[in-house]
Ligand binder design. Structure first.
Ligand SMILES: NC(=O)c1ccc[n+]([C@@H]2O[C@H](COP(=O)([O-])OP(=O)(O)OC[C@H]3O[C@@H](n4cnc5c(N)ncnc54)[C@H](OP(=O)(O)O)[C@@H]3O)[C@@H](O)[C@H]2O)c1
Length: 292
């Protein structure tokens, strides 16, 4: 028991030192002219239980933010929250984005105690398949998850952003807004709608100093990519290695992204350093888009 207590104490000291080192590095960055500290800020991150959302949660917490982790899987979110720097400063919001009544109710509870200043709108992508095979229900689900939920989240978080005089809205969409991806009919359609919604929003709330931007991830090693790879294996009849190789060849950097590499761009857009960037869609795709 005594050894366990000593080990636990040593872990706490190490975590405290790690936080101090991180804070010092950010202070040095700010002193050198690049202010990326999120100390004292609160972020809400969607799709927080895995993939790009989880990597974003980890990075924003490392940058000093308190994070509200949103997805449907409460236990996964709790485990992630416990593993973050300053674990007690984070909260879990387990809700299905399609259940907007419950979302409104649960988020209102959170907002009684804190303002959300950084909102990362992120959720799972729609089912794959060619456009003519997309069922009405798939389009409707995608519209609910990616437009109606985003709109509700923004409306609920805006008053806090105004009050804090700090607001960053970042939507995770896809390179398909510039170049539709074969066999992703529903996704290609809804992503462009989100891009149009987001651009409109950026022009309507720019006068408040609140920025609205989109991240367009390329092939990123997450559970979503695994499911797209297996859909492509089924469609083409090719083995996994052949599908991966064909996809990799389309990326000038010659590899798939680690989720952290997408989160890095989100972290920058969340920070004070990105104060004059709004209304843009930033591809983080290893150069894969062939558009200018
Ligand atoms: N990975 C890529 O290569 C890639 C490329 C381009 C675009 N994207 C897009 O970027 C976004 C994030 O990608 P990812 O690869 O990290 O996705 P992912 O691995 O599929 O993760 C999706 C996340 O969204 C949550 N989620 C799904 N449906 C939800 C709902 N109805 N309500 C609340 N939460 C929900 C999931 O958690 P729960 O199951 O716990 O709810 C999970 O945390 C997706 O829209 C994806 O399509 C990804």
């Amino acid at each position: 028991m005594k050894n366990y207590r000593t080990a636990q104490f040593q872990c706490e000291v190490l975590a405290w030192e790690e936080n101090k080192i991180r804070e010092s590095l950010m202070k040095i960055g700010a002193a050198m002219g690049l202010d990326t500290s999120l100390n004292g800020r609160t972020a809400l991150v969607g799709g927080a239980s895995q993939g790009i959302g989880e990597a974003t949660v980890r990075l924003l917490a490392e940058m000093g933010a308190s994070v509200v982790l949103l997805s449907r899987s409460e236990e996964k979110l709790k485990t992630i929250a416990k593993s973050l720097p300053n674990p007690k400063s984070h909260q879990v919001l387990a809700v299905d984005l399609q259940d907007r009544n419950l979302l409104q109710q649960k988020l209102a509870e959170v907002l009684k105690k804190t303002s959300i200043e950084i909102l990362v709108c992120n959720a799972g992508g729609p089912k794959s398949g060619p456009i003519l095979s997309v069922a009405d229900s798939t389009f409707l689900e995608a519209f609910e998850t990616h437009i109606l939920a985003n709109q509700l989240l923004v409306n609920l978080c805006l008053p806090g952003m105004k009050k804090s005089n700090y607001g960053r809205i970042i939507n995770i969409i896809s390179t398909s807004i510039r170049q539709p991806i074969p066999n992703l009919g529903a996704s290609n359609t809804i992503r462009s709608a989100v891009a149009a919604w987001s651009k409109t929003l950026s022009s309507e709330i720019g006068n408040l100093g609140i920025t609205v931007n989109n991240i367009l991830p390329g092939y990123t090693k997450t559970p979503r990519m695994e499911s797209l790879l297996s859909a492509e294996m089924q469609r083409s009849g090719l083995p996994l290695v052949a599908v991966e190789e064909a996809w990799r060849k389309t990326v000038p950097l010659g590899r798939f992204a680690d989720p952290r590499e997408i989160a890095n761009a989100i972290g920058f857009l969340s920070s004070p350093a990105a104060s004059y960037i709004t209304g843009v869609s930033l591809a983080v795709d290893g150069g894969r888009l062939s558009t200018l």
